[in-house]
Ligand binder design. Structure first.
Ligand SMILES: [Zn+2]
Length: 53
């Protein structure tokens, strides 16, 4: 599978993927914090969240 993009649940900006020491983490440059895999949004989830407004 190709690299999927993930988005911050708070600001909906794209998360930066940081890999090191065998593990991957996702960081939001806008919120300046790490986002856990359970909280980050996929592209589809991000779109749906926006339309719910
Ligand atoms: Zn954010």
């Amino acid at each position: 599978m190709a690299n999927e993009k993930y988005y911050c649940p708070d600001c909906l900006n794209e998360l930066e993927e940081e890999s090191g020491c065998g593990s991957v983490s996702y960081f939001c440059n806008t919120c300046k914090k790490l986002v856990s895999r359970s909280k980050m949004l996929s592209k589809n989830e991000r779109t749906e969240g926006k339309e719910k407004e």
